[in-house]
Design a protein around this ligand. Structure first.
Ligand SMILES: *[C@@H]1O[C@H](CO)[C@@H](O)[C@H](O)[C@H]1NC(C)=O
Ligand SMILES: *[C@@H]1O[C@H](CO)[C@@H](O)[C@H](O)[C@H]1NC(C)=O
Length: 264
């Protein structure tokens, strides 16, 4: 007797579980737009903007508050001039030196506070990536790669490749300068006769929280002339071993650039 009643009940539960969840979502989300449309909006534009390091930008914060509203900008960046009209204020931000900055515009209207956010980024892909012709000193080749005018240097990885394969790389995350930098990567290696056929290249890669900017040098070959008989004899017994690494961020050129900046 009981099972007869139980069966339709179970079916009903199953139907509810299947069809119920999308309906439940819809019921939950529907009142939200009607609430927001009754209140005012705040907009900050542009929402995302890239400037050259040290550059400035104007951000426009607008709102739909019909009453006189209070608006303010919150940021770590230096603020300059402002302009305003009815329902908007335009803010100037100066000397952007942080690679990524968040900016908030907070507006209060009839006792209610809302905000809009924007992000300002500053970076500069290398102006040039130059791999010098290898210099043979003793039995070793010195490779020197110059990466110029790059920012932010702390997000830079410089690598050397032979025949497309990475033979050495350096990450510069310990350098936190907020100025454009010239980076010189020096790498010393031994080479065998087989290495004469493989082009060497230098690669600079900025990885800015997912935004990847890469540039590479023109390929350079080890010259036969540079490979002395002594080096060939040596190379035949030892295969392309990494001997030493030198890395330097030119502090002299950095200082020069600072001096240049103050003139601008
Ligand atoms: C700021 O935005 C408002 C609303 O979109 C616009 O009317 C105003 O002209 C803008 N001001 C500037 C300086 O761009
Ligand atoms: C960086 O290197 C370039 C090319 O060698 C040079 O012209 C420039 O003066 C240097 N700039 C800085 C900022 O060090």
């Amino acid at each position: 007797m009981e099972s007869v009643f139980l069966l339709p009940l179970l079916l009903l539960v199953a139907l509810y579980l299947r069809g119920g969840s999308p309906e439940h979502e819809w019921i939950q989300s529907s009142p939200v737009p009607s609430v927001t449309s009754a209140t005012f909006w705040v907009r900050l534009s542009p929402e995302l903007h890239a400037v050259p390091p040290g550059g400035s930008v104007w951000l426009n914060c607008s709102h739909s508050c019909p009453l006189p509203a209070r608006s303010s900008l919150h940021t770590q960046l230096r603020q300059g001039k402002t302009h305003n009209g009815s329902g908007w204020v335009s803010y100037q931000l100066l000397n952007v030196r942080a690679w990524s900055s968040k900016v908030r515009c907070v507006v209060t209207c009839a006792g209610e506070t809302r905000e809009a956010t924007a992000r300002i980024t500053a970076y500069r892909p290398p102006r040039s990536v130059i791999l010098e012709p290898p210099v043979l000193v003793g039995h070793k080749y010195t490779l020197r790669c110059y990466v110029t005018h790059v920012f932010p240097v702390g997000f830079l990885v410089v690598s050397l490749r032979r025949g497309g394969r990475v033979i050495h790389f350096e990450s510069l995350e310990r350098y936190t300068t907020s100025y454009l930098a010239n980076v010189t990567l020096t790498h010393v290696m031994r080479a065998g006769p087989n290495d004469l056929l493989q082009p060497l290249t230098c690669h600079a890669r900025l990885n800015l929280d997912g935004l990847v900017v890469s540039s590479s040098s023109a390929p350079v070959m080890l010259t036969v002339l540079a490979l002395s008989p002594a080096a060939i004899a040596l190379a035949s017994t030892s295969i392309a071993a990494v001997v030493g690494v030198l890395l330097a961020v030119g502090t002299v050129s950095l200082r020069k650039y600072r001096a240049l900046k103050t003139q601008l």
